[in-house]
Design a protein around this ligand. Structure first.
Ligand SMILES: [Zn+2]
Length: 73
């Protein structure tokens, strides 16, 4: 049983890391911005003078309470 379980887990974690990879969004770490950006070259992100953090969409919504940017969505 273990013999089959371990490669299965590897495959699963690979798929999940791949999924979270394509699920990255960018947020400006200035506390006042309330949006996350799909594209890193978004016009609104250009104005960000703080650090730009890369998070997953879920983190952006749940942890940082952001909504999708209207410009780059
Ligand atoms: Zn944007």
């Amino acid at each position: 049983m273990m013999k089959y379980l371990i490669p299965l887990l590897f495959a699963l974690s690979f798929l999940m890391s791949f999924k979270s990879d394509i699920d990255k969004v960018y947020i400006c770490d200035n506390k006042t911005s309330s949006v996350y950006h799909i594209r890193k070259n978004c016009k609104a992100l250009d104005k960000c003078s703080h650090k730009i953090i890369t998070v997953t969409t879920k983190e952006a919504v749940d942890k940082y309470s952001k909504r999708a940017c209207k410009i780059c969505k």
